[in-house]
Design a protein around this ligand. Structure first.
Ligand SMILES: NC(=O)c1ccc[n+]([C@@H]2O[C@H](COP(=O)([O-])OP(=O)(O)OC[C@H]3O[C@@H](n4cnc5c(N)ncnc54)[C@H](OP(=O)(O)O)[C@@H]3O)[C@@H](O)[C@H]2O)c1
Length: 324
C-alpha cells in the first residue's frame, strides 16, 4: 500500500530519511480494526521522528503520521485518537500512562492507505465537520484544546498569549480560545503570519519578543528556548505557562527561576489529550462553527512537499494529505 514512512534518522536533513511509496502492510496487534484512511495531516512530531527523536533505528521502517480520519469496518467515518494506552493500563487519563505511545512511535502511523487502531480509538466524525477539517484534529488541535481548557486555568475574558502564529498548535489555540471568549494575543517572527492570526480571531499580534502592553493570565508555549524568557516576563503574578513543545530547543539561555518563584507562577506541562477531550473538542468545533486553518491539501503521493514546507517553517495552519 502507499504510505509515507521513515527509513532512517537524519538530524541534519530529515527529508532524506523520508520515503513516500509502496510498503508491505506492517503487522499490528490482534483485535485492532482496519481503517481505510481518507485524509491525514502532518505535525512537527513527524519531523522529529525523521530526525530520530523518539524513533530508534530498530523500529524502522516506520509509517509516519499521528492525525487522521477514515472509514471504520462498519462504514462509519471516524477521527482517529492517536494516543495508544499500554496493554493493561486502567486509568481514565491515558495521557498519564507512562508507557503510552502515539501512532507512528511504536505502531504504524496514519499517513497510509490503511491504518489499524484499537476500536476505542475511533471517534465518529460529527456531520458538521468536513473530512478535511476532521483530518487535522488528532494531535496539535487536541493538544491546544487540553492546554487551554484543562491546563491554563483561564475563563472567559482572560488574556492568553500564544507564542508563534503559524504552527498547528498555535493556530488551533487562537481559533479555540477566540471561540471560547478568551482574549488571544499572538507573537510571530513574520508580519504576514501575524496578520493572518488576526483573521483567525487573535485580538492583538506582536513581533516575537516584543514588549506587551500588559501582563497575560496564561501563555501557550510550544516554541521553547527562543521564547521562554518572553513568556515568563509577559505573565502576571500567579499566572500559568502551559508548555507542550520546544521547537527551537529545550535549553533557554535563562531559566527565569527567580521570577517564577517570586511571582508565584505556575509552569504546567501538557501533552496531547484524552479520548474524552477529543470527543468534547469535536462537539465544541461544531457548536462554535470553527473551521481549522488549513495551509494546503495534497495527495499522499506528494507528501514530501508538505514535509519540506514544515521543515522550512513555511506553514500557516495544517498541512493535509489525502488518500482517496
Ligand atoms: N506535547 C504534545 O503533546 C505536543 C503535541 C503537538 C505538538 N507538540 C510540539 O509543539 C511544537 C509545535 O508543534 P506544531 O505541530 O504546531 O509545529 P510547527 O507547525 O512547526 O510550529 C512551530 C511554531 O513555532 C514558531 N516558531 C518556530 N521557531 C521559532 C523561533 N525560533 N522563534 C519564535 N517562534 C518560532 C512558529 O511561529 P511563527 O512562524 O509564526 O513565528 C510556529 O508557530 C513542536 O515542538 C511539537 O513537537 C507537542
Amino acid at each position: 500500500m502507499l504510505a509515507a514512512y521513515a527509513v532512517a534518522a537524519d538530524a541534519e536533513n530529515p527529508l532524506n530519511a523520508l520515503e513516500v511509496g509502496e510498503i508491505d502492510p506492517p503487522s499490528t496487534p490482534d483485535g485492532w480494526v482496519p481503517v481505510r484512511m481518507k485524509a491525514g495531516s502532518i505535525n512537527h512530531h513527524d519531523v522529529f521522528s525523521l530526525k530520530g527523536v523518539g524513533l530508534p533505528a530498530d523500529r524502522l521502517p516506520m509509517i509516519l503520521g499521528c492525525d487522521g480520519v477514515g472509514i471504520a469496518p462498519d462504514g462509519t467515518e471516524c477521527v482517529l485518537h492517536t494516543v495508544i494506552a499500554s496493554p493493561g493500563f486502567t486509568g481514565d487519563d491515558e495521557t498519564l500512562d507512562p508507557k503510552r505511545s502515539l501512532l507512528s512511535e511504536i505502531y504504524p502511523g496514519t499517513l497510509a492507505e490503511v491504518v489499524h487502531v484499537p476500536q476505542e480509538n475511533l471517534i465518529p466524525k460529527p456531520a458538521g465537520l468536513t473530512t478535511t477539517h476532521a483530518a487535522v484534529l488528532s494531535t496539535s488541535w487536541l493538544t491546544a484544546y487540553r492546554m487551554l481548557f484543562t491546563n491554563a486555568r483561564v475563563s472567559k475574558g482572560d488574556t492568553v498569549l500564544v507564542q508563534g502564529a503559524g504552527g498547528g498548535v498555535a493556530t488551533a489555540a487562537v481559533q479555540l480560545g477566540s471561540a471560547a471568549g478568551l482574549k488571544m494575543w499572538v507573537t510571530s517572527r513574520d508580519e504576514a503570519k501575524a496578520r493572518r492570526a488576526l483573521e483567525l480571531g487573535a485580538d492583538q499580534v506582536f513581533a516575537s519578543g516584543e514588549r506587551l502592553p500588559g501582563r497575560v493570565d496564561a501563555v501557550i508555549e510550544t516554541v521553547g528556548a527562543a521564547t521562554w524568557s518572553h513568556s515568563i516576563k509577559s505573565l502576571r503574578p500567579g499566572g500559568t505557562v502551559v508548555i507542550a513543545g520546544a521547537t527551537s530547543g529545550d535549553a533557554p539561555d535563562k531559566a527565569e527561576l527567580t521570577r517564577i518563584f517570586f511571582l508565584q507562577m505556575r509552569i504546567q506541562g501538557s501533552t496531547m489529550g484524552t479520548r474524552q477531550e477529543l470527543k468534547e473538542m469535536l462537539d465544541f468545533l461544531v457548536e462554535h462553527n470553527v473551521e481549522p486553518a488549513i495551509d494546503s491539501v495534497r495527495p499522499l503521493a506528494e507528501a514530501k512537499d508538505a514535509f519540506a514546507k514544515m521543515i522550512d517553517g513555511d506553514v500557516f495552519g495544517k498541512l493535509v494529505v489525502t488518500m482517496d
